[in-house]
Design a protein. Structure first.
Length: 157
């Protein structure tokens, strides 16, 4: 059984509109390097702090998991220290159902969802949700504290 899972969206969590405005989109040698520029390393570091405090594993819910290059992106995320253990199945526009499906298929005792979008089918999952903002800063220190609080609070129950 996995004690703590973070269901992770990427756009709006590990990047933001402000971040995209701040980066210099230089051409890279390959597409994976180019895509990795879309991830704000300061957000990865913040997420790693959460992971270190909670011993959480990561399950990707982001649409990035449907890209042809996703296996390479996943390798990069893991090499950065993110303990990516899987992905949710894809159900068009129904991320809550994707998460519920993952939970049914896997033994997970505790989890938190980090997403910048609140899907209609998140209703039953709202107590586990930390909502970030794509148009602001994505994952912030306050969001990170919220994730830690949810994972530790649920773990102690």
């Amino acid at each position: 059984m996995i004690n703590n899972i973070i269901f992770l969206d990427i756009d709006g969590v590990l990047n933001s509109d402000k971040y995209f405005d701040s980066i210099d989109n230089k051409e890279c040698m390959n597409l994976v390097d180019r895509l990795m520029l879309d991830i704000d390393m300061s957000k990865v570091k913040l997420l790693l702090e959460v992971i270190n405090k909670t011993n959480a594993k990561v399950v990707i819910t982001s649409s990035w998991r449907r890209m042809k290059l996703y296996p390479y992106i996943k390798e990069r995320l893991i090499s950065m220290g993110l303990p990516v253990v899987g992905e949710t199945p894809f159900i068009e526009g129904r991320r809550g159902e994707e998460i519920k499906s993952y939970l049914l298929e896997n033994r997970v005792s505790n989890y938190c969802i980090i997403d910048d979008e609140v899907f209609k089918d998140y209703k039953e999952l709202e107590d586990y949700l930390v909502v970030t903002d794509f148009y602001e800063d994505g994952l912030t220190i306050d969001h990170a504290k919220g994730v830690v609080k949810k994972l530790i609070k649920k773990e102690e129950m």
